[in-house]
Design a protein around this ligand. Structure first.
Ligand SMILES: Nc1ncnc2c1ncn2[C@@H]1O[C@H](COP(=O)(O)OP(=O)(O)O)[C@@H](O)[C@H]1O
Ligand SMILES: N[C@@H](CCOP(=O)(O)O)C(=O)O
Length: 356
């Protein structure tokens, strides 16, 4: 007797991290989605998942399940929970709305989709808090993955790990997951260890329903790795205090209705990452200075989204003028000819799995 095919859908929101001073701390989940339609047909003899892509990044994303970030993450979840390999007959149709390398958390969304995929393929029944432990073994900063998994506006921190746990966390993904399709004689070796428990703690903040989120997305990529490599190893006490003071005010200021533009605008200033990233994003300082609550009615604050190059503006009204002026400043001061602009919603649910 053959068992019936299982069909499910995984939907993961994009995220904007940092919101100015909250570098590697806060993330906001937003309404562009990475969606996976998955079929598992046990009667099929296909041992390697079949992947197809539509939407953004379709020409870039590897279709080899042992190279693709989402399926590699799924395999990590399976193997670290003692399931040696993918089940047979897996077909994954990906549709992606999250632009790659723009600071909107495409890699975080791909990792979170992989966590849920591994959990469903292995029928592991891991809860989201436990999946977060797995995510943090792969993506070293918690802001994007926590917001994508949990939804809403989220603050998070990583527990300091013991030297032994740190060693487990430092095993590069490429060493726990083979990069190339195993053949019949492939030696899988031992499974990777399961991650330590409760390594990421988080809290959901509120979000004033009056705050609209505007993303202005330049037409070029900045990889998060390169935008992290330009940051200094140490910071001055005054720069650190500057950011801590603002972040402490910002997380509550964004919950208040009506939102206070003068409080929020100043609370979204940053001295920890944005100044160091200006050489990667032509015109960035001019863009950040070009719209203020004084010059643009309704503007609450403006910052780099994640590692950039996307600009995130928060506003109660006046979206069109804000977009026009940011796009013009990027063109005039940075020589950036094309930008896309979107008004996005804050998502409540985070990543979801639904069965047909
Ligand atoms: N849906 C996806 N499927 C496979 N790989 C992806 C997907 N989304 C992102 N990636 C990988 O992540 C890279 C972008 O990650 P990153 O540099 O962190 O930028 P960001 O997360 O800001 O978009 C892409 O170049 C690609 O390698
Ligand atoms: N805190 C990280 C966030 C990176 O986000 P991404 O959307 O650019 O991947 C950083 O600023 O490096």
């Amino acid at each position: 007797m053959t068992s019936a095919a299982r069909k499910f859908t995984i939907k993961v929101p994009c995220t904007s991290s940092n919101i100015g001073p909250g570098f590697d701390v806060v993330g906001l989940s937003l309404s562009l989605y990475l969606t996976l339609r998955v079929t598992v047909d046990p009667s099929s003899t296909n041992t390697s998942p079949k992947l197809s892509y539509t939407g953004l990044g379709a020409e870039e994303a590897p279709l080899d399940a042992y190279k693709n970030l989402t399926t590699r993450t799924a395999l990590y979840v399976l193997r670290s929970n003692n399931v040696q390999a993918f089940p047979t007959g897996v077909d994954i149709q990906v549709h992606n709305e999250v632009p790659f390398g723009r600071g909107l958390g495409s890699s975080g969304a791909a990792v979170v989709a992989g966590l849920l995929l591994g959990n469903e393929l292995g029928q592991l029944n891991l809860q989201k808090d436990r999946l977060l432990d797995h995510a943090l073994m792969i993506e070293r900063h918690p802001d994007n993955v926590t917001a994508a998994l949990m939804g809403g506006f989220v603050g998070s921190y990583l527990l300091e790990l013991s030297p032994e746990e740190e060693e487990r966390r430092d095993v590069p993904l490429s060493e726990v997951i083979p990069e190339y399709p195993p053949n019949a004689s492939f030696d899988w070796g031992t499974n990777p260890p399961s991650p330590p428990h409760n390594i990421g703690h988080y809290i959901r903040f509120g979000w004033s329903p009056q705050i609209k989120v505007i993303a202005i997305i330049p037409d070029f990529q900045v990889s998060t790795a390169s935008a992290r490599s330009v940051l200094p190893q140490t910071y001055s006490k005054s720069d650190l205090i500057f950011n801590l003071q603002r972040l402490a005010v910002l997380t509550t200021a964004l919950t208040r209705t009506p939102p206070d533009p003068f409080l929020i605008y100043q609370a979204m200033q940053d001295k920890v990452h944005q100044p160091y990233r200006k050489n990667l994003i032509p015109g960035l300082p001019d863009v950040l200075a070009s719209v203020t609550p004084q010059s643009h009615k309704g503007l609450l604050g403006i910052c780099l989204s994640g590692a950039g190059p996307t600009i995130l503006a928060l506003a109660t009204e006046g979206e069109e003028r804000i977009v026009e002026d940011v796009v013009r400043t990027f063109r005039e001061k940075g020589g950036i000819e094309r930008c896309d602009a979107k008004v996005l919603k804050v998502t409540e649910e985070g990543a979801v799995v639904s069965y047909d």
